[in-house]
Every structure is written in structure tokens, then in C-alpha cells.
Design a protein around this ligand. Sequence first.
Ligand code: SAH
Length: 337
Amino acid sequence: MIASQGPIPVSDYMALANAHYYATRDPLGAAGDFTTAPEISQMFGELIGLALADVWARAGRPEGVLYLELGPGRGTLAADALRAMRAAGLEPAVHFVETSPALRAAQAERVPIAAWHDDLSTLPEDGPILAVANEFFDALPVRQLVATAAGWRERLVTLDGDRFAPVAGPPVPSTAIPDRVRAAPPGTVLETSPASLAYVRRLADRINMQGGAALIVDYGHDLPCAGETLQAVRMHEYADPWIEPGEADLTAHVDFKSLGSAAAGAGLRVHGPAAQGPWLARLGIDARAEALTRAAPGRREEVAAAMDRLVSPEQMGRLFRVLGLSAPAWPAPEGFS
Ligand code: SAH
């Protein structure tokens, strides 16, 4: 594409690279490229399932609920959440938004009753929605703008020998740049994710119309800020995002402030974001770890190590955040102090 048409926006590069990456492999786990919270411990999915079942119970136990997950990976989170929900008396229909054939196959093994969608447009329009997205939004494309001596430019990707490289492209009107960063020194990069905002708006419109709540978990920042966060991960190591696109996982930090504003603009109530560690603690991860250990004393160390990875600030407890959304007439999800 670049050879024939010229440089392409960073967002197109990221979208094309990730579409190929996810379509051609199961990237999760020790033998893959990265590990996620539900793959570390069943406690993660169980607490998410219980948080959603609790909202549903306080909403008066409506019929016809849809469990919706965006980018369910191997289906592990869903399997754990659905088991916990069942114990709480909730048995929702299951809908997955997933574009990767490889991961759809993995999901079908763990959750055979699921229905699959390419996007939200085919999701049934009746029934309240209980939605989950873990490490989904970080995989959606970001647009990059770069400051130059001649003003802000859209960042494009070009081909430099056999290596791709970012270059400054056409000028962007300064009105598109937030006041705080407009005067930043040349080289400063600003990321936005129009694809993420469009996604959360569509999700929020549905929840507003059908009722329900959503939990969005990812790594990122509370406020939009200047700086480049686009990164590549391969075999559990950072890699160069401009080499071998489609062979490494490309992600960027999630801008929770903008996601929350988009959902609020669509009429939802916004809760948090809360740091993952304190959020899991408020939902009772200690009690769940204790119960697992009582049932299987031989697993004490494994359970403690998994809890430490999910909760401690040096591990996933601080960088990862949880954003709650709820329909106006629905109760607030627990865990947001
Ligand atoms: N939630 C899982 C997997 C996270 S990896 C976990 O926590 O383990 C990102 C997931 O999002 C994968 O399932 C990937 O195939 C999916 N995905 C990425 N981009 C997507 C898109 N544009 N539409 C639908 N699914 C997408």
C-alpha cells in the first residue's frame, strides 16, 4: 500500500497490523506473546461476573439479559464470569464481539453457547446488556499527531528500505490540539483514538436504550496527555513497532477520561476509573483467595502469587484501571469508592 499509494496514517498501520496479528494466532499465555488478568487467575473473571450479577440483582432481576464481551481472547474471563453469575442466579444469553477466527475457535471451546459478532451492529436490540471489555480498547488504533517547527502534523508511516518509519505528514489545524499541549516542543507526540471513542459511543447508545452496565478494564491514564504510548510486544518482550507489522501485538494506553466523556455524552452514568488493585480488593478478592486456598491447600502459593500480580501496585494493580458505565435507571456497579 505504501509503495503504491504513499505513506499511510499511523491509525491505518496499527489497524492493518493488528487485524493480521489477531487473525493468525492465539497470542495469549506463556507460550504466546502476552498474558492477561483472566489468564493469571480465575478470581479476576469471577469477581467481574459477581459485580455484574450484583448490579442485575439490585436492578430488580430483569429477564432476557445479554452478557456481552468485546475481544474475549480465549474465553477464559467469560467462562469464569458466567460460572459466578450462574451461582448468583443469573444465566444470560452470551454474545461475543470478536473478529479473529483463531480466537473465535478458542472461545467456542470454553463457551459453546456464545453467539459471535464482528461488531455491535448485529447485537440483539432487546434485553439489558451486561458488558465487559478487558484489554480490548488498547488494541484499537490510535491516531498520532506530532509537533514540528512548522506546527502540528498528522503522523504517517512510510517505508525506509525494509523498515517502516514514522514521518510528519499534512498539517493539522491548531484547533484540533488541546490548549495544554499546543505549544509543546517539536517532536512531541499526541495520541487520540477516534476508533475507541466511536466504539464506546455505540456501546453506550445500546446500554442507554436497552438498560444495563459495562466494565472496561485496561492500562492507561486518567487524563489525556502528550506522549507516545504505542508499543509492540512479542514473546513477553517489548519489540520495535515499526518492524514486522502483524507479528507483534500493537497497543496504546487507553485515555479513560475521553472514553468516560463519550459514554456520558451518550447519556450513561460513569464510575471511576478506579485502579484495578483497590477495585478488586473492594470486591473481595481476599475472601475469594481464602476460599480457594481452603478448598485446595496445596494451591496456597499459586493463589497468593496470582493475587499479588493482579493487585499489587508494582504489578497490575495501579497501571490497570476499571471504568464503570451504567444506564440512567440502573444502579451503580460496586467497587468504585
Ligand atoms: N480480553 C481478552 C483478550 C485481550 S486481547 C483477555 O483479557 O485475555 C484483545 C482481544 O480483542 C482479542 O480477542 C482480539 O482478537 C480482539 N480484537 C482486537 N481488535 C478487535 C476489533 N477491532 N474487533 C473485535 N475484536 C478485536
